[in-house]
Design a protein around this ligand. Structure first.
Ligand code: ZN
Length: 129
């Protein structure tokens, strides 16, 4: 069992948060074997956002803020796409909008390509050209 990490969880006045005996009742932080939000640490989106609002600046300062944009360069900008034109079958392809290129694929190739092997596939295509 673990407690919701929401900084204000105990402040939400729901019946399931009422603890204690008559005369000494109180609202308490929710406790469960697991939660559905924030990687299993928060009982609700409210609690997740309460924590984020309280700690986001410290977390970003600790783990490192972006101070310049991340970039995906041309050679890594390929992605799987398909164009579906009724009544024909889908046209599977790899697209690269930065290069303005499109590589047609068979359905089998399209299903076998993923983020782990797309670079290798593009390299093998470049060699054939
Ligand atoms: Zn909570």
């Amino acid at each position: 069992m673990k407690y919701c990490q929401g900084t204000k969880c105990h402040q939400y006045r729901t019946k399931d948060r009422i603890r204690g005996n008559k005369g000494s009742k109180y609202y308490g932080t929710r406790r469960r074997s697991d939660f559905n939000y924030g990687n299993g640490n928060f009982c609700s989106l409210n609690c997740l956002y309460d924590w984020i609002n309280d700690h986001i600046d410290n977390a970003l300062n600790h783990f490192g803020r972006l101070t310049e944009p991340k970039k995906i360069m041309c050679q890594n900008a390929w992605y799987k796409d398909y164009i579906y034109r009724y009544p024909d079958d889908a046209n599977y392809c790899l697209r690269n909008d930065l290069l303005g290129k499109r590589i047609p694929l068979s359905e089998q190739q399209w299903e076998n390509i993923d983020d782990n092997n797309i670079s290798a596939f593009i390299s093998s295509q470049s060699i054939k050209e």
